[in-house]
Design a protein around this ligand. Structure first.
Ligand SMILES: CC1=C(CCC(=O)O)c2cc3nc(cc4[nH]c(cc5[nH]c(cc1n2)c(C)c5CCC(=O)O)c(CCC(=O)O)c4C)C(CCC(=O)O)=C3C
Ligand SMILES: [Fe+2]
Length: 404
């Protein structure tokens, strides 16, 4: 069941387990989604996000109101500035002189000018860390493609090497903050129920992530692994994280739990992963649940999909259903997460003797540790115009064309 059992055809630069040889990287790129920073940014940002992907106008208008209600500002950029500063501090504390750059897929600072800056500053070997922990088109391949396209469009292809840190859903630095939050959340919901005169009321743990089209879920990860699992790789990774979190929290023992999906968009006739969190909450209430601890395992920071879709909408759903509600924080700049990020950088960074600064690969969920390079067609999505985009960190990096 371990992904490493799905052997890579070894080529130069990586081994049969998909691990890249350590390299003397000279810059770290924090790659993220980006978000608007004022009312006038909202629509241009949404057009960037949805370019060519057929999100209905009504959905864009609806999503715009989430940003409008917050002054047109997404929390995500401030969170990435804070994460960048925290990573810099952790690198400095370990005596590592690795400059950190920040580039987004959908808003300034964009990836392409950041790549130009990295090159102009004299760096040649970049390791990318993205704020997206799982496999899938939106979570992994789209970042790899935006880097592939970015290198091509800036003319830096062949001049700047960009590799990526493995997907890290399974890393203890990602799991630990959720476990801490779940323990606190259970105590809070128990206290809310006690205050309402229902101290023994049943509590459900609701792990939530971003819904994606079922076709994206089915294309996530290596095909050989997908064929062995009872569900798609995207869902299986989330279920493995949920189990790893539960294993850390003794207070959760015996409680009911489930994985649900949120923030669906796209045309109504296209199937996306279900159940939606709000529908699921209604079902739990009907079956006798009195309180919900919502654990947003799909997300790295408390950005708009968390503060709107959970703290506003799901909270209201619970209020309407008479359920006590608690939303667990995302990793954000939790010290364990920041240390984990720098540990994963050190797994890849060659020291003076050529070996990695950190030996071994921490993992505490089934399916981990993930690969440094992806197979051809991993998480692939065929574009509406039939074109393929160049990628980085993959067996098909150089060609950029899906192989059969
Ligand atoms: C898996 C996944 C993650 C989690 C992994 C990760 O974190 O990367 C994620 C994160 C995020 N998604 C975000 C925002 C949006 N996602 C959209 C649309 C979509 N997301 C998708 C998937 C994901 N998205 C998909 C399959 C679509 C539709 C098709 C498309 O267009 O690709 C749209 C368009 C309007 C709408 O349909 O909602 C917006 C505005 C923000 C920024 C929040 C902020 O500003 O604070 C963040 C972090
Ligand atoms: Fe999204």
């Amino acid at each position: 069941m371990q992904p490493s059992q799905h052997v890579f055809d070894p080529r130069e630069g990586y081994d049969a387990a998909g691990r890249m040889a350590p390299k003397p990287y000279d810059a770290l790129l924090l790659a993220s989604f980006g978000g608007p920073e004022g009312q006038e940014d909202v629509i241009p940002f949404l057009r960037n996000v949805t370019a060519g992907r057929g999100i209905p106008d009504e959905r864009l208008e609806e999503v715009a109101t989430h940003y409008r209600a917050n002054g047109g500002i997404s929390p995500i950029n401030a969170q990435n500035r804070a994460l960048k500063a925290a990573i810099e501090a952790e690198l400095a504390a370990r005596g590592l002189a690795l400059p950190v750059y920040w580039g987004n897929r959908n808003w300034a600072p964009y990836i392409q000018p950041t790549l130009r800056q990295i090159h102009a500053d004299g760096h040649r070997r970049v390791l990318m860390f993205s704020t997206s922990a799982y496999s899938g088109y939106s979570s992994c391949r789209q970042y790899r493609e935006d880097l592939g396209v970015g290198l091509r469009e800036t003319g830096l292809e062949g001049k700047l090497e960009v590799d990526k840190v493995r997907q890290y859903f399974d890393h203890p630095g990602f799991v630990a903050p959720f476990a801490e939050g779940l323990a606190a959340g259970l105590a809070d919901v128990r206290a809310q129920l006690a205050a309402a005169g229902d101290p023994e009321g049943p509590i459900r743990i609701v792990f939530t992530t971003h819904s994606i089209p079922t076709s994206d879920a089915e294309a996530a990860g290596p095909r050989a692994l997908a064929a062995e699992l009872e569900t798609d790789v995207y869902s299986a990774q989330h279920l493995s994280v949920a189990r790893a979190i539960l294993a850390r929290v003794p207070e959760a023992e015996g409680l009911e739990w489930s994985l649900v999906f949120q923030s669906r968009s796209g045309a109504p006739h296209v199937p996306w992963l279900e159940p939606d969190i709000n529908d699921a909450l209604a079902g739990y209430a009907e079956a006798g649940t009195r309180g919900a601890v919502v654990v947003p395992i799909g997300f790295v920071s408390d950005h708009m999909e968390v503060v709107w879709d959970l703290d506003t909408e799901a909270r209201q759903t619970c209020a309407d259903l008479g359920l006590a509600f608690h939303r667990v924080p995302t990793p954000g700049t939790h010290a364990a997460f920041v240390r984990g990020i720098v540990d994963m950088v050190c797994e890849r960074l060659a020291g003076p003797d050529g070996s990695a600064l950190l030996q071994g690969r921490a993992t505490e969920a089934e399916l981990g540790p993930w690969f440094d390079v992806c197979r051809a067609n991993c998480c692939v999505k065929v574009m509406r115009d039939g074109t393929a985009r160049p990628t980085i960190a993959a067996v098909d990096s150089e060609v950029g064309v899906p192989q059969a």
